[in-house]
Design a protein around this ligand. Structure first.
Ligand code: NAD
Length: 423
């Protein structure tokens, strides 16, 4: 499938991405001639990141920044610090960013970066040195008009602050727009932290209306009670849905009459996990998938909805808060069973949408209130999900395929209209 000399023909994330593109190709008509644009990254940089450790020894880490596609604007995508990071994964993640920004019609391409490192094994000073050296190594390909990193697994607003400072030092002036997801006092945006969970709720609310599933009284199961899962659960509970089951890394809790999400947040602050929440029953992690539910929100990890689980799931609606939570073959079963899936590229795009707002605010040096951010976010998410719904009806396909069709059409139309240099 992949004829790129530097990517092994293994069953990695990049191969999954290519299979998704192959599924969409038949719908792309005259743009099909340009499809190879999507099957190779525009630019992939591998860097050596040497740092002096606190004990005086020198260690070398491998870092990456991949710009998958820049046809519609600067690259956009996070930076991951994790021991499993490799080129295959970063390429796939960058490609999914290309699809996501295009599906939302944001004026960006897709990019992603990472360092193969366990950030918890480093001291704060080592982490800062690693971040600054990595920034200087990728500094010539990033920039507010070139490629704008953001946090991902293992990185956070503080890391973005170091990247901004290092890049700015090289430029000789402060460049806030080089990264998003910064602390608010360094040019970050209000509303960013809750944006992804909010987007999950807004897209879910729209689609629930269309499939005539009332939110009031709907039974909701949420996997992951972090940034994304907790805000989504809170907003659904506010809309009078019943949050019946929640799973996190500490276990699974079940309460058929619905949980008090505010109380659960307080429990979490004290116990660092949902396990032991008073009033809820502890059930096995496997049982989570088979409780009676109307809406399932996977908001933790990739690869959670397997064929086995898809066959027995009682949900009518799945909202993909996490990236890639559903296996391709399990997706086919959900479609066969008539279960509606709002795909990750739309459902969890609230974060990148508010990152776009952060970049715009940095450019203008004019900052919006949280209320204004949320209004703009809701408007873009509603527009995106309605466009995808309409395309799915017209093409008679799933929402995932429709989102990919719309995104790929936008990217390839841009490629076609820009032309192939030098012609
Ligand atoms: P987070 O670290 O805040 O929370 C992760 C949650 O998953 C925690 O509740 C954790 O306990 C739970 N978890 C971890 N391992 C688990 C396991 N084995 N079983 C069950 N639960 C487990 O992360 P987040 O920011 O909420 O992100 C969640 C997902 O959403 C990720 O897939 C991420 O890539 C995706 N996502 C996040 C954003 C964002 O803006 N934060 C944007 C797009 C996509």
């Amino acid at each position: 499938m992949s004829n790129l000399s530097y990517v092994p023909e293994s069953n990695g994330a990049w191969q999954t991405y290519l299979a998704q593109v192959d599924r969409v190709a038949p719908y792309l008509e005259h743009l099909k001639d340009y499809i190879n644009t999507l099957k190779r990254p525009k630019r992939a940089l591998i860097v050596d990141v040497p740092i002096v450790m606190d004990d005086g020894t020198i260690r070398h880490f491998e870092g990456y920044r991949v710009q998958h596609n820049l046809s519609r604007g600067p690259g956009k995508g996070g930076i991951r610090y994790h021991p499993d990071v490799d080129l295959n994964e970063v390429m796939a993640l960058s490609a999914w960013m290309t699809i996501k920004t295009a599906a939302l019609n944001l004026p960006f391409g897709g990019a992603k970066g990472g360092i193969r490192v366990d950030p918890r094994s480093l001291s704060p000073r080592e982490l800062e040195r690693l971040t600054r050296r990595y920034t200087s190594e990728i500094g010539h390909i990033i920039g507010p008009q070139k490629d704008i990193p953001a946090p991902d697994v293992g990185t956070n607003p503080n890391v973005m602050g170091w990247i901004m400072d290092t890049y700015s030092s090289g430029q000789g002036h402060t460049v806030t727009g080089v990264v998003t997801g910064k602390p608010v006092h360094l040019g970050g945006s209000l509303g960013r932290i809750k944006a992804t969970g909010r987007g999950v709720f807004i897209t879910g609310q729209q689609v629930a209306q269309k499939i005539k599933l009332p939110l009031e009284g709907a039974k909701v199961a949420v996997q992951g009670f972090g940034n994304v899962g907790s805000e989504a659960a809170y907003l659904f509970a506010n809309a009078k849905s019943k949050i019946v089951a929640i799973q996190d890394h500490t276990g699974t809790i079940f309460q058929p009459e619905g949980m008090d999400i505010e109380a659960l947040k307080l429990h979490l602050a004290e116990h660092q996990g949902v396990a032991g929440f008073v009033g809820a029953e502890a059930i096995s992690n496997d049982h989570f998938w088979y409780v009676e539910m109307d809406i399932l929100i996977p908001a933790a990890l990739e690869g959670q909805i397997t064929v086995e689980r898809a066959k027995k799931l009682s949900a009518k609606l799945v909202l993909e808060g996490a990236n890639g939570p559903t296996y391709l073959d399990a997706d086919d079963i959900l479609i066969e069973r008539g279960i509606t899936v709002v795909p990750d590229v739309i459902c969890n795009a609230g974060g990148v949408t508010v990152s776009y707002f952060e970049w715009v605010q940095d450019m203008a040096s004019l900052f919006w209130s949280e209320e204004e951010i949320n209004q703009r976010l809701d408007k873009l998410m509603i527009q995106a999900v309605n466009d995808v719904w309409k395309a799915a009806n017209e093409k008679v396909c799933s929402l995932r395929t429709a989102a990919y069709i719309l995104a790929c059409e936008r990217i390839l139309r841009a490629r076609k209209e820009r032309g192939i240099y030098p012609g």
